[in-house]
Design a protein around this ligand. Structure first.
Ligand code: NAP
Ligand code: ZN
Ligand code: ZN
Length: 348
């Protein structure tokens, strides 16, 4: 067992505070990671505040982890000391179910082991990347491509893969029109990846305040959803809409923006149900779907794709002492476009 400096929530209603946490011994198939940077995902906030259900407090969030391998177990073959690596939203799965067998461990039928707030194989509760180091099974550790800095790579481990996976699954590419709802952490990666895949990309943001940024990130257009005319202008326009919004949204209004056979894929994860009118779905055979992160194989593919296309996250690096303030800015849709914690400041 070793100790790590960390930041975590003691309860759903208190701010995050500095903590010391235990990490397990490096087992035969484990990798010890010195965490250098960890992105702040909106899921960290939903989870710590208990919006998604019961949480084993103190809750140490963080699943956009980038670091360097500092020790490996005796059976490890995929990573060596000194490798630049990442860990995303899951750290294990059953490995036996139908989905694990086909390499879709994010959809592990008994449930994958999440990077924080899950019960691990050894019965301990997992704690996330707002910490100085972590021990993870080698199969859930991915390689960060040479030339990609660790700070801008960190957000790819969740925001990158969560948008890459549905964009690929629903065929975003040349000749397709894709809309991204919400220009935050996930949204800005969705814009970059959809553009790199060759799609025509439109951002649907609450206002025109992020218009310049949206175009600079690669979007062809940005429309304000606060303007009712947007919904008339864009009716029947898109093959695919990726909704990254963390709050309730009028899904039926967005469904009408799809072409016949188009799909609206929800990756945003508000706790409350999203009511959906049936007519916009059935009249044009449209689909309303969801998607969760991506597999480990796909995460590596996404990292290599981003390196090849010279894309990574737009970030604001912060010291640990500013985490609570950063959360408030995320909640106010004022993130440009991902906060990343410099974990060397955790022990300060
Ligand atoms: P984020 O950085 O806060 O971005 C969300 C964006 O949604 C905001 O920047 C804002 O964009 C828009 N928005 C926020 N509140 C809104 C409201 N009330 N009405 C309309 N638009 C609103 O969050 P994120 O880290 O990208 O995460 C987004 C959501 O995805 C969260 O719910 C998170 O838990 C979820 N998530 C899911 C998965 C998965 O596997 N499915 C993985 C990661 C995250 P504009 O200012 O442009 O309007
Ligand atoms: Zn996340
Ligand atoms: Zn499984």
């Amino acid at each position: 067992m070793s100790h790590a400096h960390a930041y975590g929530a003691p309860s759903p209603t208190e701010p995050l505070v500095p903590l010391q946490i235990d990490r397990r011994e490096v087992g035969p198939s484990d990798v010890l990671l010195d965490i250098r940077f960890c992105g702040i995902c909106h899921s960290d906030i939903h989870h710590c505040r208990g919006e998604w259900g019961r949480v084993p407090y103190p809750d140490v969030p963080g699943h956009e982890i980038a670091g360097v391998v500092s020790a490996v177990g005796e059976n490890v073959t995929k990573h060596v000391v000194g490798d630049r690596v990442g860990v995303g939203c899951m750290v294990n799965s059953c490995r036996e179910c139908e989905n694990c067998q086909k390499g879709d461990e994010q959809y592990c039928l008994p449930g994958n082991t999440q990077t924080y707030g899950s019960v691990d194989r050894d019965g301990t509760v997992t704690r996330g990347g707002y910490s100085t180091h972590v021990v993870v099974d080698e199969d859930f550790v991915v390689r960060i491509p040479d030339g990609m800095a660790l700070d801008v790579a960190a957000p790819l481990l969740c925001a990158g893969i969560t948008t890459y996976s549905p964009l690929r699954h629903w065929g975003a590419g040349p000749g397709t029109a894709v809309a991204i709802v919400g220009l935050g952490g996930l949204g800005h990666m969705a814009v970059k990846i959809a553009k790199a895949l060759g799609a025509e990309v439109t951002v649907l943001s609450q206002s025109l305040r992020k218009q310049d940024d949206g175009l600079r990130l690669g979007a062809d257009d940005l429309f304000a959803t606060s303007d009712p005319q947007t919904f008339d202008k864009l009716a029947g326009r898109f093959d695919l809409i990726i909704n990254t919004v963390s709050a309730e949204l009028d899904i039926s209004a967005f469904l009408r923006l799809l072409r016949t056979d188009g799909a609206l894929v929800n990756v945003g994860a508000p706790a409350e149900p999203l009511p959906v009118a049936v007519f916009p779905l059935l009249l044009q055979r449209r689909t309303f779907a969801g998607s969760a992160i991506g597999s480990i194989r796909e995460t590596q593919e996404m990292l290599d794709f981003c390196a090849e296309h010279g894309i990574a996250a737009e970030i604001e690096v912060i010291p640990a002492a500013e985490i609570n303030q950063a959360w408030e800015r995320v909640l106010a849709s004022d993130v440009r476009y991902r906060f990343v914690i410099d974990t060397s400041t955790l022990g300060d």
